[in-house]
Design a protein around this ligand. Structure first.
Ligand code: PEP
Length: 270
């Protein structure tokens, strides 16, 4: 056996042991995509699929399709949530969705503060923090999205921006409640652009975020809060990104729309 073969075998063994030792969260954000017919076809492919018992699969479809998820995923390993919530119980809030409505259809997660909502609908940290609060109080796990734009990345102020988004987004959460929070780091310049952050950039940012969480909320909680990466994740890059330190999983847009690509991503991380 030559040196190259030995190196390949060692590399494969190391990758296997890293992937084996980690339970990944694989969360899909469908945004405003799919028809009813397409949703049914997707659910038929994943409902009885054996995803193994290591990773957690979560999908956030558009709200009108939640009833299909409730119906078809009753006995499935696939969990689901919503892409947004309004931080009130009920009332005169035209076009909005309450936590109770989401829960009525079995949603267990809510993506909050996604950069598209921050940019297109002017959502600020203060508003997002109210959403985080109402979710945690009512048994819906928030997936708090944070991320910097290209100018902030190039200008070097992205770390300050990210830690601010966490601090202000979680300002209404305290102590043990933090264990229910999931954070998704999604650099805006890498969302839907095909441009992925490199594994080194992801590792550097996630290590910074992990340290920030530990410093801010203590070692026990700070080490446990899952830190997802999102931004043009797909079958071809997910393994390299998964090997970056402090990556607990992924928030995936485009590549989560196709059932076979979601299954393949889970296979790679299994
Ligand atoms: C997202 O919408 O959160 C996202 C990461 O999208 P994409 O994977 O398509 O970049």
């Amino acid at each position: 056996m030559n040196k190259k073969n030995i190196e390949d075998i060692v590399r494969k063994e190391i990758i296997k042991s890293v992937i084996d030792s980690q339970e990944f969260i694989i969360a899909g954000n469908w945004k405003m995509n799919k028809t009813k017919h397409e949703v049914i076809s997707f659910l038929d492919q994943v409902a009885n699929h054996n995803f193994g018992n290591k990773n957690k699969i979560i999908i956030a479809p558009p709200n009108p399709y939640l009833y299909l998820f409730e119906d078809k995923l009753r006995y499935s390993q696939v969990l689901y949530g919503v892409q947004n919530l309004f931080p009130k119980e009920s009332g005169a809030f035209t076009g909005e969705l309450s936590y109770e409505m989401a829960r009525d259809f079995g949603a267990k997660y809510a993506i909050l503060g996604h950069s598209e909502r921050r940019m297109l609908f002017n959502e600020c940290n203060e508003f997002v923090s109210k959403k985080v609060r109402i979710c945690v109080q009512n048994n819906i796990q928030p997936i708090l999205c944070i991320g910097e734009n290209l100018d902030q990345r190039i200008g070097g102020e992205y770390k300050q921006h990210l830690s601010n988004q966490i601090k202000e987004g979680l300002v209404r959460i305290s102590g043990d409640e933090l264990k229910d929070v999931i954070i998704a780091y999604e650099p805006i310049w890498a969302i839907g652009t095909g441009e992925t952050a490199t594994p080194d950039q992801v590792e550097e940012t996630h290590m910074f975020l992990r340290k920030y969480l530990i410093d801010e909320y203590g070692k026990e909680l700070g080490e446990k809060i899952p830190l997802l990466y999102g931004g043009s994740v797909k079958t071809s890059n997910v393994l390299d990104l998964a090997l970056a330190q402090s990556v607990s999983g992924f928030l995936i847009g485009g590549a989560s729309l196709d059932a076979q690509s979601l299954i393949e991503i889970n296979n790679i991380l299994n």
